[in-house]
Design a protein around this ligand. Sequence first.
Ligand code: HAM
Length: 427
Amino acid sequence: MEKITAVRGFKDIMPGESEKWQYIETVARDIFASFGFQEIRVPILEKTDLFRRGIGETTDIIEKEMYTFTDRGDESLSLRPEATASVIRAYIEHSLHQTEPVSKLFTIGPMFRRERPQKGRFRQFHQINAEVLGTEDPAIDAELMLLVVHFLKSVEVEEIELQINTLGCPKCRPQFRARIQEYLLEKEPELCGDCARRLRTNPLRIFDCKVDSCRKAIESAPELLDDMCPECRGHFEKVKEYIGIFDIPFKVNPKMVRGLDYYTRTAFEVVSKSLGSQNAVAGGGRYDNLVRELGGPDVPGIGFAIGLERLASLAPKDPRELVGRPGLFIAALGDVARFWAFTLCNYFRMLGIRTELSHYEKSLKSQMKRSDKMGSRFTLILGDKEVAEKKAGLRDMESGVQEEISLENFDRIAEIIFNKMGEGKIV
Ligand code: HAM
């Protein structure tokens, strides 16, 4: 029969790799909690209009990358291409602003974009998202950048660069937009088809185009920093001042506009040379008008997302070190012994000791070999003869010392294992 493979751009995260993901997620949960974030879990399917309105009609995501379908009735639904719009929808729907002046929310999960798959780019990928709603204090902008950098360092990712920019506000951006449009109109013949079209609808998007000729066209384009209003300028200066307190190196990249239209003022990315052409491991920024544009109150916001596939490829931790080892392996020979092995094995598991037995190897020797290979701390050896006498051998796999032990006292066995492996759960 023909085998069925996974959908192109959709990837399995297999045992041996998933341990690293668990480790990254555990560190994230701890660190995000210490920065005052609470978890929110939002659906992966939303009404298409949410993303259209949130992300912007003329972005790549909306123009060509969404997985959209018409539900059985006539409602257009889309798999989420990002989480920010969903988090804000939930924030508005549950009137969080009425109970908390400032909400700090994080969410971890899959996103879907029908991009061309390549190294570091998938059609289903995962993000850790953080959003702060309710304040435009520049200290929060810096706090989020500190959080990303601190988290990446905590999972031992080195050689990253924080790039920041400001995208202005509805007061100063229109002037800048007009200046860019004027500048690019002269370069229209050099632009790709998409950008030539966007030149009239959304010229800032051209900064985000990856086509060489478009990149070249914007090389000496005017910069927003020159058009910025005093409020945006002041905000940006304060953000930089706050980042400076923690000595986090950063570079101002005036060409960074980000791929989504909702940003105002601060935008930032964390890039790494080790990632190749898809070099951003995290990106985010301020979106002071988004909550209102999605039908909510006039509440400012800022957030970021870290790409988990890219992060997992950068984090050096060896998943094999994270797998853990059994506290006990039970080697059993003969039918009665196997019956005992089953009982004991599950009893110890319920006490919290990771216990293994072989359903495959038959001889005692091959079972001992398996125990050794798994790195078990102890092996309990049960033969029918020993079992008939209610005895077993407990071998300390590190010292090689084997002691005879009564099978009538399960708890004694557990006590020995716990003593040797320290308090708490053995995994
Ligand atoms: P984004 O820059 O589109 O921002 O995505 C954030 C991160 O997700 C990227 O830096 C990258 O690491 C990862 N990523 C994006 N697309 C892919 C892909 N196709 N394959 C693998 N990884 C990918 C956002 O999504 C915003 N919602 C971030 C944000 C939150 N802004 C404010 N709050």
